[in-house]
Unconditional design. Sequence first.
Length: 412
Amino acid sequence: MLKQVIIIGAGLAGLSAAKKLKEQNIPFVLLEAAERVGGKIDSITFDNGIYFELGPQFFNNDMHAFKQLLSAANIPVVETALDSNSIEVDDYRRLDVTPIIQKLHTIEKTSLSEDIPLQTLYEKVITNEQDRRIIESYFCEILNIHPSQASAIASLESSNRYLSEQNDLLLQGAKPFKELTQYLASLFQEELYTNHPVYAIHKVNDYYEVHTTKQVFYAQTVIIALPPTIACKIQFSEKLKTHFMPALQSYVDGAIIKITWLYPQKFWQDKQPLNGVIYTSVPGVSVVDSSKKQEDARLTMFIGAEAAHEFATLNTPTRLQQATTLLEQYFGEIVHSYTNVQESIWVNHPYCGGGYSAKVKFDGLIDAPMILRTPHENIVFASSEIALKFPNFMEGAIQAGYNAVDKLILKK
Ligand SMILES: Cc1cc2nc3c(=O)[nH]c(=O)nc-3n(C[C@H](O)[C@H](O)[C@H](O)COP(=O)(O)OP(=O)(O)OC[C@H]3O[C@@H](n4cnc5c(N)ncnc54)[C@H](O)[C@@H]3O)c2cc1C
């Protein structure tokens, strides 16, 4: 049956597009490759009610669309137990990184006439070797790729679209985010097809054939809510391929490993406030106090870029042991007193790509996000990477989903 719209991918971007279509009574189907919805949003809950976010966990007050969805899903907002806005860097001793971060902000305002690798850009401004190592580590963690691989222009453009003065770690949900994606999916159960990986999209006359491994679907318009590095594995008919493939191939997957330790108490409170300790001995590793105010005591480590690729090759016990040893270097033996630990590995994920998101690489098209979020024929892309506001965050995924629907409807 010919539908008006097919959405491919039931991550937050695809679910948000579906919610908007449903509200406007526009017929659609939502095709998801995996058994579950949510994509990078995933949570694990134990019998005693304790839960861990395996993917995204934090947001702030300026991320309005996300807060609205939480409220609709009846998920209260709680504050993270952070009391400092500064990033502290550990190089086996404490360093004041405020001047480095200020230099970084200067870099972010730079306007470049031609693209260079992000690493080349900051090395022009930061001459001190140790400061460079810290910045390298910082970028490996936040970008999930090494800054030598990243397009400087695209990285600056993306950070300028983070439309907030606030730290992105300020708030969390009082219930697992899995409940949010399950709530969204419950709004359109009849339209949702899980276990339906899409492998080809063909234009036939004035409609599209969308092939999954189980069935062929037909629609007038298609929203592709997949990370670009995943979307470029789909077979497109020739004209679509010519238009979109160079933009899709401009992205490179990130890599991130997230490990959270649960403790009986906060043994780190006698130290200075902890808001992102970066172990520069291993570039791309940071630790944050992820506890909620007045709740349990947690530390979360993020391992990004090359370090994530290396850690991903280890078996779980070895990986956790090596990560705990990194913690021990800073906090001492008490780090072994945890009551639970959970890890999640976002490296070369078959359906979600890698890392927090894919990034535009140096030598990619710097206007790739714009090409993908602009409809061509009756196809448009939607994923967190290409969002106009808050790209690479959950808020960005929602904005991208809403934008795709608005653009397609305006086009009609
Ligand atoms: C460890 C980690 C921590 C993070 N922390 C934060 C945070 O604290 N705050 C924040 O705001 N953001 C955070 N993020 C980023 C955030 O998770 C993403 O920006 C957002 O969830 C991306 O949503 P999306 O819909 O664009 O993509 P995805 O979540 O990747 O969804 C893509 C969907 O498409 C499906 N799919 C793939 N291929 C096919 C196919 N061929 N056919 C059909 N379906 C397909 C996938 O299964 C998936 O469901 C984090 C991410 C990670 C991994």
